[in-house]
Write a protein that binds this ligand. Structure first.
Ligand SMILES: NC(=O)c1ccc[n+]([C@@H]2O[C@H](COP(=O)([O-])OP(=O)(O)OC[C@H]3O[C@@H](n4cnc5c(N)ncnc54)[C@H](OP(=O)(O)O)[C@@H]3O)[C@@H](O)[C@H]2O)c1
Length: 245
């Protein structure tokens, strides 16, 4: 069945991977983000390659505008949104994250901004008994580490939020998928020291689209991160707090 999927943070490398995989299935796409020129370029590319309908729209998660009104206007212009991929996120370097203003921005872009949008979309899904949600959290949310605990707190909070949403929307048959990527080769991680087992963002996108179609609840991508995080979560705190991570 053809659906219209809203991709928030569509310029993200992983979101592009999802967009290509969905466009190949001839799904209609609504690409949302801050960089209008880049969104238009991506939309044109997808239309030429896959002959599917692709529209673009502006969204800035820093903007506190009411998201139910935003969604209403979007659907009036483009028709019903059936699925939502929340791919937007932001991670400054560890030092910056500890300071007041950037720390709050990390929480806004990775947690409170997404929650405001997902709350509004979830209400629509619940009323219609239809739709799906995919949210990109992170392995960083599974345990706090000194190098990025503000980002980790936001992503961990998002993962808990998505689990609650999944629990709420299961009653109306609306699936919610939580994605926890490890290190992925994107703008966000470019030049960062100490990366290992870095994944290709297009491959990650394909995995996300397949997992959504299969009705999965939570995935680690690549899958071996599930085992790595199982070990990390189980290191006793009296040892963990002494590690330089
Ligand atoms: N890369 C990794 O290793 C990794 C690992 C785990 C989880 N993640 C998560 O995966 C998701 C995709 O990230 P990525 O690695 O593909 O990074 P990316 O290429 O840097 O993409 C980040 C996206 O977030 C958007 N964004 C940032 N602030 C925004 C705001 N205020 N309003 C709306 N959009 C905003 C960016 O839009 P602009 O183009 O306008 O800046 C961009 O589309 C993120 O949620 C990230 O936290 C990444």
């Amino acid at each position: 069945m053809m659906t219209q999927i809203l991709i928030v943070g569509a310029t993200s490398a992983m979101a592009r991977g999802c967009a290509f995989a969905w466009a190949a299935q001839r799904q209609r796409l609504l690409l949302a983000g801050r960089d209008r020129d880049e969104l238009e370029r991506l939309a044109a590319d997808l239309r030429v390659r896959y002959h599917t309908t692709v529209a673009v729209t502006d969204i800035d998660l820093d903007d506190p505008c009411p998201r139910d009104a935003w969604l209403e206007a979007l659907e009036t212009e483009h028709g019903h949104v059936d699925g939502l991929l929340l791919a937007a996120g932001w991670m400054p370097d560890g030092d910056a994250m500890r300071r007041g203003e950037p720390a709050l921005r990390v929480l806004q872009r990775n947690l409170t901004g997404p929650v405001a949008l997902l709350n509004a979309f979830a209400d629509r899904c619940e009323q219609r008994k239809h739709g799906f949600i995919v949210g990109i959290a992170s392995v960083a949310g599974d345990r706090g580490r000194q190098s990025n605990y503000v980002y980790g707190a936001a992503k961990g909070g998002l993962a808990i939020y998505l689990a609650g949403l999944r629990n709420r929307l299961a009653a109306v048959g609306v699936p919610v998928l939580t994605v926890k990527p490890g290190f992925v080769d994107t703008r966000m991680t470019f030049g960062l020291p100490g990366l290992f087992l870095v994944a290709d963002p297009f491959r990650v996108g394909e995995v996300i689209v397949k997992a959504q179609a299969a009705g999965r609840n939570e995935i680690y991508v690549p899958g071996f991160w599930r085992l790595i995080l199982l070990i990390i979560r189980n290191v006793p705190e009296f040892i963990f707090k002494r590690l330089k991570l």
